[in-house]
Design a protein around this ligand. Structure first.
Ligand SMILES: Nc1ncnc2c1ncn2[C@@H]1O[C@H](COP(=O)(O)OP(=O)(O)OP(=O)(O)O)[C@@H](O)[C@H]1O
Ligand SMILES: [Mg+2]
Length: 352
């Protein structure tokens, strides 16, 4: 299938610390990476997924598109965090024509917001494992004001948001294109960004549990800023430099170790809550993404904590790319931060 130009969308991941953009060409021959770039957002311009400084963020997006020479205006974007509710519910099977009404009636009890304030979407996952009369449905509710905020932002940047996806789904979307997986293994996709962590436990490529919390690299940056008495930008530079270059490497190592311990116990708790409700003994594999992947020692600590294989995602693995344009060094450096933009770039206008 060769997709016409009009179906084509630019993937735009509006992270709270860093905006990423990607373009992928899909043809009979495969998927080819055309563009990928990232640009930092001013500190506090986006707080917990909410746009605080529209003009500054729109400007960052415009500059990024310009520097990458991206002419496409139709984008796929995504949201996540506290304003997005994702739940798997179990409900009676009903005929197709009554489905929407039945699910909306059920949805009310699962969503902590007024139903009038959210956009609801759903996907049937299949028959319930407990009864042939029941089915599992994935329910997604996004606050309307959040959607309006992101639509305004993209319009201000001169773009048109054709799809508003969910971060976790975009990550799963690119993950499914990667080589070397065993879908039967229980796998945790773990994205630790600047201001949120999202967990998605998969079996047979179906999500068994999704959960977000407010942990992220911003916690480390704030701690560095407090301990070394620096502003946030300097603290972020310290974070990104080798530990040996920190003002006090020993203090720096202990900041990172403390954070790693906190993250490990939060993740372990979420995983054990999931396992308590299933017959599974443990998860086999953890695929780590987001800026949290760079934290020294964290992947090893997580491996010990959950007795699982831990790998850092290599999201370009299923794409063809020109190594003269995208060096190996670049691809491996930006890999952890790239998957959501890449997953969004695979979406098409007629996708749900
Ligand atoms: N080499 C590095 N070492 C340590 N930290 C790094 C490195 N490169 C980037 N980071 C940190 O990663 C964070 C950004 O990660 P990411 O791009 O996943 O966040 P985001 O998508 O903007 O945030 P969120 O998803 O929470 O909105 C920043 O805090 C940045 O300082
Ligand atoms: Mg992110």
């Amino acid at each position: 299938m060769v997709l016409s130009k009009k179906d084509h969308l630019v993937g735009l991941d509006i992270g709270s610390s860093c905006i990423k953009v990607a373009e992928i060409q899909i043809s009979k021959k495969g998927k080819t990476l055309k563009k990928f770039g990232m640009r930092s957002v001013a500190p506090e311009a986006i707080v917990e997924g909410r746009i605080m400084d529209m003009e500054a963020v729109a400007d960052t997006i415009r500059t990024l598109f310009k520097s990458q020479k991206i002419r496409g205006k139709k984008v796929a974007i995504s949201t996540g965090g506290q304003s997005v509710v994702i739940k798997t519910i179990n409900t009676a099977k009903v005929p197709e024509k009554d489905l929407q009404k039945a699910i909306l009636a059920e949805a009310e009890q699962y969503i902590p917001y007024d139903i009038a304030d959210v956009n609801i979407d759903y996907q049937i996952l299949g028959e319930s494992e407990f009864s042939s009369e029941q089915m599992n449905v994935l329910l997604v509710a996004v606050k309307k004001d959040l959607v309006a905020e992101y639509m305004d932002l993209t319009a201000m940047a001169g773009l048109n948001a054709a799809i508003i996806d969910v971060d976790t789904f975009a990550l799963q979307n690119i993950y499914e294109t990667l080589p070397g997986q065993n879908p039967e293994e229980i796998t945790l996709l773990l994205d630790i960004g600047a201001s949120k962590t999202s967990l998605n436990i998969l079996r047979d490529n179906i999500s068994m549990m999704m959960r977000d919390n407010g942990s992220g690299t911003l916690q480390v940056i704030e701690e560095i800023s407090a301990r070394f008495e620096t502003d946030l930008v300097t603290a972020e530079n310290i974070l990104q430099a080798p530990v040996a270059d920190a003002p006090d490497p020993q203090v720096m190592a202990s900041i990172l170790q403390d954070l790693s311990n906190i993250w490990c116990s939060e993740i372990s708790e979420a995983v054990h809550t999931f396992l308590a409700n299933t017959n599974d003994a443990g998860i086999s594999k953890i695929v780590l993404s987001g800026g949290g992947s760079y934290i020294q020692g964290f992947a090893d600590d997580l491996k010990t904590e959950l007795e699982a294989e831990v790998v850092i995602i290599e999201p370009f693995g299923g794409l063809d790319l020109d190594e003269k344009k995208f060096s190996r060094e670049f691809i491996s450096r930006v890999g952890p931060q790239a998957p959501i933009a890449l997953g969004l770039a695979l979406r098409r206008v007629d996708d749900k």
